[in-house]
Design a binder for this molecule. Sequence first.
Ligand code: TEU
Length: 546
Amino acid sequence: MTQTAPWWHAATAYQIYPRSFCDSDGDGIGDIPGIISRLDHLADLGIGFVWLSPVYRSPMADNGYDISDYRDIAPEFGTLADMDRLIAEAKSRGIGIVMDLVVNHSSDEHHWFQEARRSRDNPYRDYYVWRDPAPNGGAPNDLQSNFGGPAWSYDERTGQYYLHLFDRRQPDLNWQNPELRRAIYEMMNWWLDRGVAGFRMDVIDLIGKDPDASITADGPDLHPFLREMHDATLKGRDVVTVGEAWSATTEGALLYSGRDAGELSMVFQFAHIVQGWDEVHGKWKPKPFDLVGLKQVLAEWQLALADDGWNSLFWSNHDLPRAVSKYGDDGRFRVVSAKMLATVLHMMKGTPYIYQGEEIGMTNIAFTDISQFRDIETLNFHKIQTAAGVTPGDFLAGANSNGRDNARTPMQWTDGPQAGFTSGEPWIEVNPNHREINVAADRARPDGIFAHYCELARLRRELAVMREGSFTPYLQDHPKVMAYVRQHEDARIAVLANFTGEVVTVDVPRGLAISGRAISANYPGRDALDGTAELRPFEAVAILEG
Ligand code: TEU
């Protein structure tokens, strides 16, 4: 008997960063009623589910990735009743709402942590990771926080250190404690029973950590915990789950998302992102774009998950720069290059994620002063790096090219004041280019970027070859073009794209030759590939045979 494919194989996902999406009450912060007012935009785009970045109650040290109550909504975002209405309104448009589950850590204002820090024998003490000071009184070991500095902070009252792999206001939860795990599963079931369509799981690769052995990602208990979670919450429910896993390798991805893994639907993997970072200075030091390196990683993942497991496909999210600025051209060729990136990404096998604003080609913002940044990660690293001698100009260059605030400037709805995002003062500056780049202007054009994304989402629903077809890469050593073929039963799609602003002439390899009709293209008039092809700047075409 053939198994029917899950619903989310045919779905295009869309990520909302609520703080920056749409503000309904003029406080300068996006909110849930604002999202509801824009659901038709997503329905028009043909979205299957929304990954909603955290809306839970939170002191917002890390914009909601520090949760103080998992069963309530932050007042600046709305109420539980608003959330129920969002779930229902989205559902009536065929859209599922996927909650962001941040359970590697909580906020230090969560009552569990408030209790835990009262005394060493408090019943909640063991919900977190406490260790005695080293013999010299310092931190237990030199584990470092992802946001810079030591991953241990000293708690005066109880004389021990607690672990935080992110900011000190984000203490790590102790997954070794079965009661904590049970409390999390209950909370997940509470949300599932409210009708959410699944979870995106924040830094889920960290929950099996063994801090005493300085093991954070991929700890020994990671997969057993995920299987336990699955059995206690997800099993028997038709939901989608995506685990954020910076450490995931292709083998690891199969452990999480293999057919019989009993864990997650897919992982959100970063190998293609990290290959573009500097080996020593990471993302803070820009590195020239290397298409060959990027293609190699993408193909490796496509091939490794060809028959089992499932890929997430994305260029960007709320932690990354804007796709068109990073991989395309956000100046003269913005529109064609944004479409090119969409075509090559969405034509691969996996679930594509559109990050808010990508569907109209929003770009990075160029801040000129550190006071304009809001992100805790950028501000922490600014302190650390300038103290270490990095010049303010160099730091600014790095933060402007790879910093997280690029993705967090408000959604550009109109060419009006504050881009139609808010009637008040936005919490972070609106990109001045909203006068040209905005939803209203792009959607008014039949050849806009939005229209191009709509088409891709529609094709995914219609074409089995796009969802399930095999993937064969071509021209892997070519530094300027990306090429591949998808095949399923008798159907074949060939994809060819120019990643540069120059005309590029390519000898079409035999396996890539095709004739039929262009189903996704950013220039008119190419329905076949054969012999030599002269590709226009950032041209991309996907041709369906026959
Ligand atoms: O991100 C995980 C994470 O490791 C990132 O902070 C990453 O190190 C950095 O952004 C690289 O550019 C998740 C969330 O997506 C992020 O927004 C949170 O800040 C973080 O977890 C903590 O919850």
